[in-house]
Design a binder for this molecule. Structure first.
Ligand code: FE
Ligand code: CA
Length: 517
C-alpha cells in the first residue's frame, strides 16, 4: 500500500482533482468511470474466490490512459446484495506494471453460497457483481449448473449467447479458449477490432483484451457467476505450439517475447489466481477444482507444452490435414499434447479424485475425426488427432484406473461435437470409456456443414456434429446424470437474437458415453 503522501503525489501526477473531502481517506476524482471493463470472479474453492478488475480511463490506450501512478483499490465481499453484511474486505494496489489490474485471492468464506462483491477507487465504485464458493470437499451436492463457452471473435458477431447463459443462472462458466483473436478475419463483420494489425506487442494485446472486455454482454456474464478458464492459440497466435509460431519468419527468442506479452495481457484481464501470474513466457494455468463430492474439474493447457504439429506443409508450420499413412511420425510415443510434467500431474490428480464426475476442461477436440471420406484416414494435426499416443495414454489411464464418469469438454472447432471417447476409435468393439462435448463458438465462424456431412459414416463414435450455429453448451450435473443442452443462437448479427436447444444428451452415472434424448 502507498502511504498518504505517495498516494496524493500519485494522484497529482494523474491530474486528478486535489479538492479532497475532509475525511481521512483521500478520494481521487477520476475523469470518467474507471470500471468500464467491468469486474469478474473465478476459481471458486470451498473457502475462497478470486476477484478481478482493471482500472482504465481509456481502454484503447496501451496504459489504459491512467499513466504511471499506482492506485489503491478497496474491495468488499458481502453476504447480501445490499452489502449490509460484509464477509471480507481489503485493499489492493492497481499498479501500472500490471496495467492497473487487481487480482484478489479472497479467503475465509463459507462453502456453497452466493456472495456479492464490488470495488472502490477514489470517488468511483464498481457495479456490484455476484459470485459463489464451491461446496465443501466431499460434501454431498444435489446439482451443479454450468455453461461451456469458447471462441468469441469480436468482429464476427454480438455476444448475445451470454444473455442466454446469464438467464440460465449457472453456478459456473467454463471458458475454453480464444477469448480474443490476435488477428482480423472472417466475413459479415458486425464491428471492428481496435486496430487492423495483428497483435504482437504488450500494448497490442492489452488494447485487444480491453476492447473485447468493453462488451456489455460479456461483462454481464462475468458479473453473474465465477469463471474458470483456459486459453487456446488465438490468445497468442493461430496454431502456435510451445515456443513455435505458425509462420517460419519469427525466430524462437522473438516468439517467446511475443508469447510473454500475450500471456501477461491475458493475466491482466482475467480473474486468475495471483499464483498464475506469468514469469516471462511461462505461465502455469493448468489446475484442478473440486465441487464437493459431485464433481472435479481438470483445467488443462494444450498449447504451452505440446510437441510441434507433425508433418507441416512445406514452408509453413502449424496445423494441416495429413494422411496418417504418409505422416506416420504423428504416432511417435514421444509426442505429447500436455507435456510430460502436466501429463504426470493429470494422472496423479485423476488417480486421487474421489468425485462422482471427472470433467476434463480443455481447448480442442479429443475424439478422433477422420477427414477423408471412405477408405483411408486424414487427421487434423492441431487437435488431439495430431497426438494419438498422448491421447491413448490419457484414455488408457482413465480406463485402467476406472476414473468415475469421465467427461471431456472442449472448444476450438466452432461447431457442436458430441462423441464417445474410445481407446481405439478404429475398432467398433472397443468399449466407450467417456463422453466428449465440444461446444460451438460464441461468435467465431465455422466450416460449412456440407464439409462434415459426408464424413459422418467414417466417424461412427461422433454422435452429433453441427457447425451451423453459434452458441454454448448448458450442463446440469446431478449424482445420477449429466444433462447437456446444445444451445444454438438464431444469429449473431443482432444483439438480442433468440436461442434454442438444438439437441439434448444425457450421460448416466456409471454408463460412459452420451445418449441423445
Ligand atoms: Fe477459435
Ligand atoms: Ca475415411
Amino acid at each position: 500500500m502507498l502511504d498518504r503522501r505517495a498516494f496524493l503525489s500519485a494522484l497529482a501526477a494523474l491530474g486528478f482533482s486535489r479538492a479532497l473531502p475532509a475525511c481521512s481517506q483521500p478520494r481521487a476524482r477520476f475523469p470518467s468511470d474507471p470500471f468500464k471493463l467491468g469486474v469478474a470472479s473465478g476459481y471458486p474453492t470451498p473457502e475462497g474466490i478470486v476477484l478481478w478488475t482493471r482500472l482504465v480511463a481509456d481502454p484503447l490506450q496501451p496504459d489504459g490512459g491512467l499513466g504511471p501512478a499506482t492506485i489503491p483499490v478497496r474491495w468488499e465481499i458481502a453476504r447480501d446484495e445490499r452489502f449490509a453484511s460484509i464477509a471480507a474486505s481489503g485493499a489492493a494496489d492497481a499498479s501500472p506494471e500490471w496495467a492497473h489490474s487487481v487480482h484478489v485471492d479472497v479467503r475465509g468464506l463459507e462453502p456453497d453460497r452466493w456472495y456479492w462483491y464490488r470495488f472502490t477507487a477514489g470517488d468511483a465504485q464498481s457495479a456490484p457483481a455476484r459470485t459463489r464458493t464451491a461446496p465443501a470437499a466431499n460434501a454431498p451436492v444435489d446439482r451443479l449448473k454450468f455453461a461451456v463457452a469458447s471462441c468469441q471473435q469480436f468482429e464476427q458477431g454480438w455476444y448475445g449467447a451470454y444473455r442466454h447463459i446469464v438467464a440460465d443462472s449457472p453456478d459456473l462458466i467454463a471458458f475454453l479458449g480464444d477469448y480474443i483473436y490476435e488477428s482480423s478475419w472472417g466475413k459479415d463483420h458486425v464491428r471492428k477490432h481496435d486496430r487492423a494489425n495483428e497483435a504482437m506487442t504488450l500494448d497490442d494485446y492489452r488494447s485487444r483484451h480491453a476492447h473485447y472486455k468493453s462488451d456489455a454482454d460479456l461483462q454481464a456474464a462475468h458479473a453473474a457467476c465465477p469463471w474458470i478458464l483456459t486459453w487456446d492459440d488465438h490468445e497468442v497466435v493461430n496454431d502456435y505450439a510451445d515456443d513455435r509460431p505458425i509462420d517460419g519468419g519469427m525466430p524462437k527468442e522473438q516468439f517467446l517475447a511475443r508469447r510473454a506479452a500475450a500471456y501477461r495481457a491475458y493475466y491482466e484481464h482475467m480473474p486468475l489466481p495471483a499464483g498464475m501470474r506469468p514469469d516471462g513466457p511461462r505461465m502455469r494455468i493448468y489446475t484442478q477444482l473440486g465441487w464437493g463430492a459431485l464433481a472435479r474439474f481438470f483445467v488443462l493447457d494444450d498449447r504451452q507444452y505440446r510437441s510441434y504439429q507433425a508433418c507441416p506443409q512445406p514452408g509453413r508450420r502449424g496445423a494441416g490435414s495429413v494422411d496418417v499413412e504418409v505422416c506416420t511420425r504423428i504416432f511417435a510415443e514421444t509426442r505429447s499434447m500436455l507435456g510430460r510434467a502436466q501429463e504426470r500431474w493429470l494422472e496423479g490428480a485423476l488417480g486421487d479424485s474421489g468425485a462422482g464426475w471427472n470433467v476434463l476442461a480443455q481447448q480442442t477436440r479429443i475424439a478422433q475425426f477422420d477427414e477423408l471420406p471412405g477408405a483411408g484416414r486424414r487427421a487434423w494435426t492441431d487437435s488431439w488427432d495430431g497426438y494419438p499416443a498422448a491421447r491413448k495414454r490419457l484414455l488408457d489411464f482413465i480406463a485402467k484406473r476406472r476414473v468415475a464418469n469421465p467427461v471431456a469438454i472442449g472448444g476450438d472447432v466452432h461447431s457442436f461435437n458430441v462423441a464417445e471417447l474410445k481407446r481405439d476409435f478404429d475398432d467398433p468393439s472397443s468399449p466407450v470409456v467417456g463422453a466428449e462435448f465440444v461446444g460451438t463458438s460464441i461468435t467465431s465462424q465455422g466450416w460449412p456443414q456440407e464439409r462434415f456431412d459426408p464424413l459422418l459414416p467414417d466417424n461412427p463414435h461422433m454422435k452429433l456434429l453441427d457447425s451451423r450455429y453459434r452458441g454454448y453448451v448448458r450442463m446440469e450435473l446431478t449424482p445420477k446424470a449429466l444433462r447437456a443442452d446444445l444451445r444454438a443462437m438464431e444469429t449473431v448479427q443482432t444483439r438480442d437474437a433468440a436461442c434454442r436447444t438444438l439437441a439434448t444428451f444425457l450421460v448416466e452415472d456409471g454408463k460412459p458415453g452420451p445418449q441423445r434424448v
